[in-house]
Design a protein around this ligand. Structure first.
Ligand code: XIL
Length: 458
């Protein structure tokens, strides 16, 4: 026996005697080594914007094929590219990307059917009902052409103003406030199988008026049956629009409306460990939200970026992995939350063994609160845990200090907004098996609750 092997065996024996073999554990066998495979392990995709004219660059294509399982044409599906003259459609460059994706088994996000920007000249000079018809015709023709090939469409892009919480003025907006829902209905009719997203920037910070305005529109669309399936957060982060600490709250809040959320154009200006940490945080936030089902970065190498001087991407100009890449991959491999849509009906299988001891007396559930507070408001995450028996419904009562009020709730239904507020389960999270937990949350103005919550099971 060699000396080294003897030493190793001795160490293993010592470790086993100490009750710990941690030292000798190999990295987790299922920690995937590419962005796409790591994201796929939790049912998500990891994509990039792709430019058709770079598909002849072997370094670029090498990274693309190795790392990514979704693509978004960076410019090739925009209105000026696909309908350069009215009613004359050109799909050559977009098809180069779609065909590449198909050959590699990658998904395609279509970007974008209706937008105030990158309109062809003929559309820029249109207004009123003629423009409305031309826009709907464009949506219909392009979505029909790509039926079955584009998994998700950014149907409408950037329709909200940067401040003030209203719509952005544009020729499309001037055709009537209902232009957005008209575009979604036309897209659904053209390709009923595609997921339909509203996509925008600066909707990352939950407290910003623009975020709230988009949230209100999506809530309205869901309540009126306008066909919308997802919200895309572009997430172009830099010093003027930094990654916000409440990003996860934003993702959770949109998701709680019953839509998927996707990070659609991620880039983070900066360098080194600071940039890497932010990338990691963004990925962790997405993984923490079941309905955050995919991330797309807006280019491959820093030199491919529309904001190249900010070096905002995961690979340097030579195609080397940056610290930001490693942080992203590590975060993806740490993810455990599967992106499943909450079931709308409770599971039907009854427990196979009846409880052997009589159910405990008492409330049958307990609740704990985690607060994230700022000067003028807070978000509360409440964990509801079942006792020794399954609960089939629950209600948590929390007392807010005077001056505080609930403004928004997810994964629960509240009665009242001030004082003692009651939060009851919604259809998909009433049943909690013995000892298990579920979470709901709410946002409020003023100071968050400090008193212990009460939980009553039914
Ligand atoms: C950018 C492209 O990256 C550039 O190549 C192009 O010159 C301008 O558009 N929001 C969007 C994207 O929705 O379409 C934009 O892409 C970046 C901002």
């Amino acid at each position: 026996m060699s000396k080294r092997l003897r030493t190793t065996l001795a160490l293993i024996a010592a470790g086993a005697a100490a009750g710990s073999l941690t030292l000798f554990m190999a990295p987790s066998a299922d920690a995937a080594t590419t962005l796409g495979a790591s994201a796929a392990a939790s049912g998500r995709y990891f994509g990039t914007a792709v430019a058709a004219n770079k598909l002849s660059d072997s370094t670029y294509v090498g990274i693309l094929n190795r790392e990514f399982n979704s693509v978004t044409p960076e410019n090739e599906m925009k209105i000026d590219a696909t309908e350069p003259q009215q009613n004359q459609f050109t799909f050559t460059n977009a098809d180069r990307i779609v065909n590449h994706a198909a050959a590699q088994g990658m998904k395609v996000r279509g970007h974008t059917l209706a937008w105030h920007s990158q309109q062809p000249g003929w559309m820029q000079s249109m207004e009123g009902s003629a423009l409305r018809s031309a826009m709907l015709n464009h949506v219909t023709r392009v979505a029909t052409y790509y039926k079955g090939k584009v998994v998700t469409w950014d149907v409408v892009n950037e329709a909200f103003a940067d401040s003030g919480g209203g719509r952005r003025d544009s020729n499309l907006q001037r055709t009537g406030n209902d232009w957005i829902e008209a575009a979604f209905r036309a897209a659904r009719a053209a390709d009923p199988g595609a997921k339909l997203c509203y996509n925008d920037y600066n909707i990352d910070n939950w407290t910003w008026a623009k975020t709230q305005a988009v949230y209100t529109m999506v809530r309205d669309f869901k309540s009126r049956g306008v066909p919308i399936d997802c919200v895309g957060l572009q997430s172009h982060f830099n010093s003027g629009s930094p990654y916000p600490g409440n990003y996860r709250t934003t993702l959770e809040s949109f998701a709680a409306l019953g839509v998927d959320v996707q990070i659609t154009e991620l880039d983070i200006e900066g360098s080194g460990q600071t940039q890497a940490t932010t990338y990691g945080n963004v990925v962790k936030d997405c993984l923490a939200v079941a309905r955050c089902n995919g991330i797309t970065v807006w280019g491959i190498r820093d030199s491919d970026s529309w904001r190249a001087s900010g070096t905002p991407l995961l690979f340097d100009g030579s195609g080397n992995k940056k610290a930001a890449y490693t942080a992203t991959l590590d975060a993806l491999n740490g993810g455990t939350t599967p992106p499943t849509t909450p079931p709308t009906t409770p599971p039907t299988t009854p427990p196979t063994t009846p409880p052997t001891s009589p159910p405990p007396t008492g409330t049958g559930c307990s609740a704990t609160v985690t607060l994230n507070s700022w000067n003028t408001g807070f978000t509360a995450t409440v964990r509801v845990t079942a006792g020794a028996t399954q609960v089939n419904g629950w209600a948590v009562t929390l007392t807010l200090p005077s001056g505080a009020a609930v403004t928004n709730t997810w994964n629960a239904q509240n009665t009242g907004t001030t004082g003692a507020v009651r939060f009851a389960n919604v259809s998909y999270n009433g049943r909690i098996s013995a000892g298990s937990s579920t979470e709901f949350g709410f946002q409020g103005t003023g100071t968050g609750p400090t008193a212990t919550p009460t939980c009553v099971a039914s």
